[in-house]
Design a protein around this ligand. Structure first.
Ligand code: TPP
Ligand code: DXP
Ligand code: MG
Length: 625
């Protein structure tokens, strides 16, 4: 990129950092920050979080002996400085792209990524695992978990702290406290951490007086001075060090070096940082440039391409707000993702009825169950992949008790740059398996509006509707949603030879497949199933009776909609004759990041793929054009 980075140019691996003086490490951090800004300016990605840990990343790799010591990044979205220092500087231009490096840590990508991430709050558990392995003689060094103030709001982090504190093994937890999640943090823990950090926030930490005392005290603590008050973490068996300024290289190096030499049990080092540090547009942005598209590194202006149609997320937020205007019982729950789910739109209309529970999907689901049991109409808006975190709560607290919780499942199907960890692949299967559950999928954004209305009107038990990430199809949005008849699909194209039964947003691809098939002289019926549970058994019977080939299509893994249709066809005897059935799903493997269309091509779910499968089945069954 033509920028002058003499220190960074010397680093091809962290071992090269051992010879640098502390002053040179400070320069290295400045060069590293500049490198990350200019790299992400081209690729887009999680800029703010990465800029917040530049000094911390340099100090950790300078003090610890990675990769023997295991550095585990929670979520891993902040790992770009780590990737630059660990031999992937030359690949950063491929970040989050097909065939490129992941936007998160990934074991298969580097020995410096000892544990994959992307879903939050796993790092302390993993670090404890590595610590036990070390103590049982495995060839591994220290374990260091770096977890943010948002991620430590998840229950799983406390399960890990609870266990690690009791086991008492040597391990390090770095609490990266930048007072931000994706949105401003919520919860009592956030307030507690702010009280602990006190005036040691980075801006203040440079000032003489109490902040400097905090930093001095942090160093004294590491050298054995007794703390005058115990923190939650100490009461859980951790040595608490801090708060320290996570951008002050001297503090970081001295505290980490002392902790590494002196500690023989679990240690938590509380680092105060700034999300977006060192890049004005990020520091000043409300979201601290948490997730950005490519941008001008001089001005921070992002290259936002004009959408062809409003996003499903926006349509959802507006439709739910509209329903809530007419229904005072309607409330909405997000797990730390108000903007990602569109509940920020809902909250702009109904601020008192939107609950952000933090990164706490398990709690969010059962909280919604309590709201429903209390007589309200909760809409739990959680991405498909993150809803996996609350599955037992869906089974045990919602479905088993048949409580009318509504699940708005965004990011259903393949999501693009976030890759395999964020794919919304499994919700159809994991929800249709549950008694009492109603499962819908929107084939376009108009259908989504009707499904919001359907869910708002449905009080007989739990109901879920899924929809994909990104722009809608551009269809006209109805003024107001109308409740759909539960368990009823519809035929959108009438033919006689081949039937395609589509569930969800792949209906448009199914229509294109029908065009390809009809060019071969056959006629195709296309139906929008709308429901995976309860199935429209009358529609399925009509398709099975009148066609020799039946194809099911879904943006989901095996064991979902197609499986439900197969169960029905088999049990009703439709498979005893000469009906050819093919189920088109995501393949039984994880699909790495790329453009969604390319990912669906990799998955074998394009219109061409659907047509080829149908034509092959027709040929086998001598269906003549
Ligand atoms: C289980 C789970 N839920 C939600 C998310 C979405 N998510 C990614 S990063 C993030 C905020 C993390 O905040 P923090 O840990 O403080 O890191 P920071 O971005 O501030 O560095 C959220 C909610 C996730 N990755 N995993
Ligand atoms: C790191 C993380 O998990 C979130 O930032 C996620 O990347 C958001 O996904 P969307 O961009 O689809 O909202
Ligand atoms: Mg944070």
């Amino acid at each position: 990129m033509g920028r002058h980075t003499p220190q960074l140019d010397r680093i091809s691996a962290p071992a090269d950092m051992k010879s640098l003086s502390d002053a040179e490490l400070r320069i290295l951090a400045d060069e590293l920050r500049d490198e990350v800004i200019h790299s992400v300016a081209n690729t887009g990605g999680h800029l703010g979080s990465s800029l917040g840990v530049v000094e911390l990343t340099v100090a950790l790799h300078a003090v610890f002996d990675t990769p023997r010591d295991k550095l585990i990044w929670d979520v891993g979205h902040q790992c770009y400085p780590h990737k630059v220092l660990t031999g992937r500087r030359a690949q950063m231009h491929t970040l989050r792209q097909e065939g490129g490096i992941s936007g998160f840590t990934k074991r298969s990508e580097s020995p410096f990524d000892p544990f994959g991430a992307a879903h939050s709050s796993t790092s302390i558990s993993a670090a404890l695992g590595f610590s036990v392995a070390r103590d049982m003689g495995q060839a591994t060094g220290d374990a260091v978990a770096v977890i943010g103030d948002g991620s430590i709001s998840a229950g799983m982090a406390y399960e890990a702290l609870n266990n690690a504190g009791a086991q008492g093994r040597r391990m390090f937890v770095i609490l990266n406290d930048n007072e931000m999640s994706i949105a401003p943090p919520v919860g009592a823990m956030s307030h507690y951490m702010t009280s602990l950090a006190g005036s040691a926030q980075p801006e203040a930490a440079r000032e003489p007086g109490p902040a400097r005392d905090h930093a001095r005290r942090a160093r004294e603590l590491v050298t054995g001075a007794v703390n005058d008050q115990s923190t939650l973490f100490e009461n859980l068996g951790f040595e608490y060090i801090g708060p320290i300024d996570g951008h002050d290289m001297d503090q970081l190096l001295s505290v980490l070096r002392a902790a590494r030499v002196r500690s023989n049990g679990p240690v938590l080092i509380h680092c105060c940082t700034v999300k977006g540090k060192g890049f004005g547009p990020a520091e000043e942005a409300a979201d601290r440039y948490h997730g950005v598209s490519s941008f001008d590194p001089k001005t921070g202006t992002q290259a936002k391409k004009r959408p062809n149609a409003p996003s499903y997320t926006k349509i959802f937020g507006e439709a739910l707000a509209d329903e809530a205007t007419r229904d005072p019982k309607l409330v909405a729950i997000t797990a730390a993702m108000p903007s990602g789910t569109g509940l920020d739109i809902f909250a702009s209309h109904h601020p008192s009825r939107m609950y952000d529970v933090g990164i706490a999907e398990q709690h969010g689901v059962t909280f919604a169950a309590g709201l429903a049991a209390g007589g309200l109409k909760p809409f739990c808006a959680i991405y498909s992949t993150f809803l996996q975190r609350g599955y037992d709560q869906i089974v045990h607290d919602v479905a088993l008790q048949n409580l009318p919780v509504r699940f708005a499942i965004d990011r259903a199907g393949l999501v693009g740059a976030d890759g395999a960890t964020h794919a919304g692949a499994f919700d159809i299967g994991y929800l249709t398996a549950l008694p009492n559950m109603v499962v819908m999928a929107a084939s376009d954004e108009a259908e989504l509006v009707h499904m919001v209305a359907t869910a708002a009107a449905y009080d007989d038990g739990p109901i879920a509707f899924r929809y994909p990430r990104g722009e809608g199809t551009g269809v006209t949005i109805p003024e107001r949603g109308r409740p759909l008849e539960i368990g009823k699909g519809l035929i959108v194209r009438q033919g006689f030879d081949v039937a395609i039964l589509s569930f969800g947003a792949h209906l448009s691809e199914s229509q294109r497949a029908a065009d390809i098939i009809e060019a071969q002289g056959m006629t195709v019926t296309v139906a929008d199933a709308r429901f995976a549970k309860p199935l429209d058994t009358q529609l399925i019977a009509k398709l099975a009776r009148k066609h020799r080939v039946l194809i099911t299509v879904e943006q989901g893994a095996q064991g979902g909609f197609g499986a439900m249709v197969l169960h029905h066809l088999a049990n009703e005897g439709w498979l005893d004759g000469d009906l050819a059935v093919r189920t088109m799903t995501l393949p039984d493997r994880f699909i790495d990041q790329g453009a969604p269309d390319a990912m669906y091509a990799d998955a074998g779910l394009t219109a061409q793929d659907i047509a080829a499968i149908a034509l092959q089945a027709a040929k086998v069954h001598q269906v003549q054009a």
